[in-house]
Design a protein around this ligand. Sequence first.
Ligand SMILES: O=C(O)CCC(=O)C(=O)O
Ligand SMILES: [Fe+2]
Length: 480
Amino acid sequence: MQIILSVMSLFMTLNFHVYRFILILSNGKYKSVVHRAVVNDKCTRISIAVTHGPSLEAVVTPALELIDNENHPVEYRGMKYENYLEKQQSNNINCRISMVDVACMYYVLAFNNTKQRVPTIISMASAAPFSLDSDLPPKTGSSNIKHLVQSSTLTSIPSNYVFSTSKSDEQVLLDEHIPSIDLSLLTSPYPDQRFKIVKQLGEACRDWGFFMVINHGVPESLMQGMLDACQSFFDLTEEEKLEFAGKHVLDPIRCGTSFNASEEKVFFWRDFLKVFVHPEFHAPSKPVGFRDISLEYCKRTREVAAELLKGISESLGLEECYINKTLELDSGFQILTVNLYPPCPQPELAMGMPPHSDHGLLTLLIQNEIGGLQLKHKGKWIHVNALPNSFLVNTADHIEILSNGNYKSVVHRAVVNDKCTRISLAVTHGPSLETVVTPASELIDNESPAAYRGMKYKDYLELQQSNNLHDKSCLDRIRV
Ligand SMILES: O=C(O)CCC(=O)C(=O)O
Ligand SMILES: [Fe+2]
């Protein structure tokens, strides 16, 4: 009896003082206690457990005030209490206890029931199995951001979406003039026109790593049709999309949320679809029409990229077809990435995509008229105002490697807004998967020795995609 009472007082004290989903809310500062019930051979024992939880709709996450990304990163995923309850109640009682099991607190009032005054027995709280491995519950209690936003009236973001940004990173220049390249001049039969535009292209690569391409010849209807098809993909039901979830970073079709959710502690306000479209063309079988329009769109962007790469070759003082030949662009690896950024109730706290550079040579991006892309230029963030029907093009890591650092890949990020859904479509054009990319020998001498080690593009891709996305962390690994 003494022991029971001491247990009782322990629970009472604990619960009254640190009431409310202690473990999760406190971000692990206060731990929950594992307990069990034993039986005896003399008399019946009854215990009553009264559970006090949050509201069923509440998504329980660690308190924002207890998180900082460096010293106290988020320890627990958010999950709607209703879903948690369902998960817990529909499993066996199991001694295995996970970090999050005890989010629901149980008040256990135990007493000797010989007087039989208690008419009912309320079942004891169980530590249900709930593993943190492959069959993870979705990070937010829903499988992606779109679903989370649509299935609840969020007024704040779950704390595991809070992305910490330094003060200097919060300042953004809005009206900067970004270079634009007229593609029709690049294919001009007049040598002086071509010479001028190649020079402009080289300057854009050297000074910015970013430019807009106008007069590219890709029909506006194709660009708009492709954006519509991508929106329709995300409008498929959750079950339909699950078919395309993919498991490995080199699966040819993969949709998901954030960037690499199995590695990340802080998630990005972004759902995505990633499809390998060249040299082998893949496409999700739904929605109807996606395959045909993406086939045509990717072919046309490949043509634009090929023209730009010829100009870039020349601007580096190399033969026009140098990049094409050396990096085997006829079997170049092309990836279509569709990014969906639903409205976010606290856009200043979340991030759509963190600062990063892209793998590959050039990325061609279009968006649904909603801005959000920012690039880092001379240490400052610049908001990109896209011209209608233009392609936004950035130089990527393999241009930096090939040019031996003459042209740098540009660091960029995607911010979110609280008004409307933004879609962006980024098509990455890279070397063939088997190519080992090294600095061009023509650009190496005693004064400028090779600044990067060679690495097979496939290995680079796998490395980048299976780690956290962070600045130029992947490129940094092969710098000499
Ligand atoms: O959505 C954007 O504007 C940026 C997307 C991006 O950087 C990417 O897909 O690599
Ligand atoms: Fe990017």
